[in-house]
Write a protein that binds this ligand. Sequence first.
Ligand SMILES: O=c1ccn([C@@H]2O[C@H](COP(=O)(O)OP(=O)(O)O[C@H]3O[C@H](CO)[C@@H](O)[C@H](O)[C@H]3O)[C@@H](O)[C@H]2O)c(=O)[nH]1
Length: 472
Amino acid sequence: MADANSSPHVVVVSSPGLGHITPFVELTKLLVLRHHFTATIITFSDLPFSLPSSISTIQLPVLELPADTDIGVRISLTMANSVSPLRQILISLQQTTRIAAVIFDLFGVDHLSMVKELHIPTYLFLTSNLFFLSFKLHLPALDESTVGEFRDLPEPLKLPGCVPLKGVDFLSPLQKRESETCAIVVHGARKYNNVDGILVNSFEALEAGAAKFLKQRGGGKPPVWPIGPLTASDSDMWYEDHSHDCIEWLNRHPSGSVIFICFGSGGALSWEQTRELALGLEMSEQRFLWVVRAACDTGLSGSFFNPNQSRDDPMEFLPEGFVENTKERGMTVMSWAPQRQVLGHNATGGFVSHCGWNSVLESLVNGVPIVAWPLYAEQKMNAVLLEEGAKVALRVKEGENGVVRREEVAKVVKELMEGEEGKQVRRGMQVMKKEAARAVGKEGSSYKALEELFLWFCSLLVAVGFPFSARF
Ligand SMILES: O=c1ccn([C@@H]2O[C@H](COP(=O)(O)OP(=O)(O)O[C@H]3O[C@H](CO)[C@@H](O)[C@H](O)[C@H]3O)[C@@H](O)[C@H]2O)c(=O)[nH]1
C-alpha cells in the first residue's frame, strides 16, 4: 500500500493532439514543481517534451480506424477504448501511491464512473476557455429545448457573463444535429457536473463575467478554477528548430512589422482559399510570414499531431509567381514553424490565427493582436470571445461559398497592422498581455486558483484518511 510519507500522486490523461497535450504537460509540471506531487501522464502519442524525473509517462495505443473517420469520433473512440487499460494502470498505481486526482480532458468523460468506483477524485481540465465551459454546461438543456438545427435559433444564446453567441458560431460538431459527433459532444456535456472540479486554461481578466458567474454558482456543482494561461514554457520540444530560417528572416525586419499566418497543428485551407489568402497578402503590401499547408477542403488536414503530416508539397498550392512577387517582404514556410518563438519575436506585429486556444494564449502572453480566422472545433466561439468580448482581434468575413476573398484579406490585415480600428485592438492586446502575466504571477488570480486547487486536493485526501508528510 501507499507509504504514508510519500507525496500524493496525480494521474493526468490527455487525449491525442498537441493542442491538448501541451497544456496538460504544463499543468503537471506546476503540480510537481510547485506543489511537490508526483505524477503520471497517460497519452496516446509520443510526448514532445523533456520532463522532470518525478513525472512518469505511459503511452496507450491509438485505436485503428478507417482513414476517413472524423477526428472527433476517432479521438472519442480511442479514449472510450482505453477504459480497461487505464483501470489496470490506476489499480497498479494505487498499490504504491496515494492518487489525489485523475485529471481528464473533455474527451475523457467516459472514464469517470470507472475512476469513481476506485474511490479516486476526478477532475476535468478544459484546454479552452470559460465561455466554452459555460456553453458546455448549458448544452444539455439547450439540446432538449431545441427543435431543428442550432444555427436556425431565432436569437443568439446569452450565457451569464458571456457575449451573445449565434447558432452558426457554435462548435462545429453541433452544426448537424443528426451527426455522430453532435451526439458525442452532447453526451460528454451531460457528464461535466459529475466531476469533483473543473480546471480551465483561461484567466479572470480575460473573461471576468463568466469567471464571476462560474465561481459563484454553488449548489453542489463542481468548483471551477481558471488557472491559465498555461503555455509551453521550455523550448526543448523535439519538433522545434531553434535555428529555423524564419527566425533569421524575422531578425532582419523592424519591430512589429510582420504579420504571422498559421492555422494550428492541423488546420488547412481549400485550394481556392489558399489562393485568395496569397493574393490578399500580396494586395495588403504588409510584411508576412506564412506557414503554408497542403490544401484540403475540410479545414483540418492534421492527424493527431505530426508537424509534417501531409505528403503533398504545400508550395504547389500557391498561385504562380506569388513567392517571386513577394520575396522582398514575405516568407513562406512549409507546414510548420516554431510558433512560440515567432510570436515572441520583436518583429512580429500581428497573427492571422485559426483561434485554437493554445495559439490564442501564446498570442496573448506576447501581446500580438489577432486576425481571427476560425476553421473547426470551438474556434468560431473563440473568435467571438476575442473580437466581441476581449476586443483583441478583428475577424475575417466570409464571402460567397464561405471563402474569404482576397480584398477582405488585404483589408483586415492592413487594418490590424496600421488602421484606426486596429489601433484599439493593438492597445487592447497590450492590456491583456499585462493581465495575462499578472494572472500567473505570485498572488495573481490563476496562481491563487492553483493554490486553492491544491488545498482542495489535500482536503479530499484528508477526508479519506491520508496522512500528509511534513512537506505539506
Ligand atoms: O506551425 C506550427 C503550428 C502550430 N504550432 C503549435 O501547435 C499548437 C497548436 O495548438 P492550438 O493553437 O490550440 O491549435 P490546435 O492544435 O488546432 O488545437 C486543438 O486544441 C485546442 C485546445 O483545446 C482547441 O482550441 C482547438 O480548436 C483544437 O483544434 C500551438 O502550441 C502552436 O504553437 C507550432 O509550433 N507551429
